[in-house]
Write a protein that binds this ligand. Structure first.
Ligand SMILES: O=C(O)CCC(=O)C(=O)O
Ligand SMILES: [Fe+2]
Length: 311
């Protein structure tokens, strides 16, 4: 079931935990990085799901974009949010905080494959990000629950409950305006709850806060099923927490992880630059592809043609 991917060779890789996370040292990222290093980075991301590269103080948004382009085709910053940058998306605490578990942009069919996030301004305390391996979560399920998950599908939407709750509580107009922009065009897509990772062949749970409901069951059952599997994803053994320093850039496999930005830094400013790479359309264990219900994401992103990593 689990594919064997050879460990990266040329890079210095230090694991952060048994199931997820690694720090890569000894490289200077740029748009002219050596091809072999790029391949090793790609493998490190596939194996460890989240890779941190420290000390990249020289990177600008443009150089981040150029470097990230070596790993795939960048998407536009966001399907609906246009006011926060034209290449990189400015993640800015004044407009909202992603303190809820999710994979990025799962409301479209072509979910980005990799997200990269670079620290620009950090609060003096708090503001770390936690990542969870959705592959480890699937693999640690008992067989009975794997079979159940394999057969479920979920509707994902950018009009989602968590943000509504947040906007209601929001004390300022910036957050409300951001939420309005986020929902300005409705996207709804049906995805399998278990997808086959196109590069590693691993099975990963595909849920997170954009899920509106599990298909074919009552609202109550949908909530129970969602909680059952989502709670498995966020078990602490499946997670790694990264406490940011300036110069850090984190690259995560958005097909194999969820993340949560911890809101424990009061009203202080926190800014990061995000560039995402185009992904493919998820495929279920029976080979069925995700289905668009509403919205056309063609302008947001091309559909990536994944290359299976050699075993
Ligand atoms: O602020 C963070 O650490 C993460 C925000 C987030 O969810 C994202 O950039 O996709
Ligand atoms: Fe995110």
């Amino acid at each position: 079931m689990t594919s064997t991917i050879p460990a990266p060779t040329a890079l210095s890789v230090t694991k952060l935990g048994a199931r997820i996370g690694a720090v890569v040292d000894g490289i200077e990222l740029s748009g002219s990085l050596d091809g072999e290093i790029v391949e090793d980075l790609r493998r490190a991301i596939a194996v460890h799901k989240v890779v941190v590269v420290r000390g990249q103080h020289h990177l600008t948004d443009e150089e981040q974009y150029n470097f990230v382009s070596l790993l795939g085709s960048p998407t536009t910053p966001h399907p609906t949010v246009r006011s926060r940058g034209t290449t990189a998306l400015q993640v800015d605490s004044r407009y909202g905080k992603a303190n809820s578990w999710h994979s990025d942009v799962t409301f479209v069919d072509r979910i980005p494959k990799i997200t990269t996030l670079r620290a620009v301004e950090l609060p003096p305390y708090g503001g770390s990000t936690t990542f969870a391996s959705t592959v480890a979560a699937y693999e640690s399920l008992p067989e009975s629950l794997r079979v159940l998950a394999d057969n479920l599908w979920a509707l994902h939407s950018n009009a989602y409950d968590y943000a509504a709750e947040f906007a209601e509580k929001a004390a300022n107009d910036k957050v409300a305006d951001y939420r309005k922009e986020f929902e300005s065009t409705l996207y709804e897509t049906e995805h399998p709850v278990v997808r086959i990772h196109p590069e590693t062949g691993e099975r990963a749970l595909l849920l997170g806060h954009f899920v509106k409901k599990i298909l074919g069951v009552s609202t109550k059952e949908s909530q129970a099923l969602f909680n059952l599997f989502q709670d498995r994803i966020t078990r602490l053994e499946n997670t790694v927490r990264w406490n940011w320093s300036l110069g850090d850039i984190v690259l995560w496999d958005n097909r194999a992880t969820q993340h949560y930005a911890i809101d424990d830094y009061d009203d202080q400013d926190r800014k990061l630059s995000r560039v995402t790479l185009a992904g493919d359309i998820p495929v279920s264990v029976t080979g069925e592809r995700s289905r668009v219900i509403t919205g056309d994401a063609a302008e947001y992103s091309v559909i990536d043609e994944p290359v299976r990593l050699a075993g």
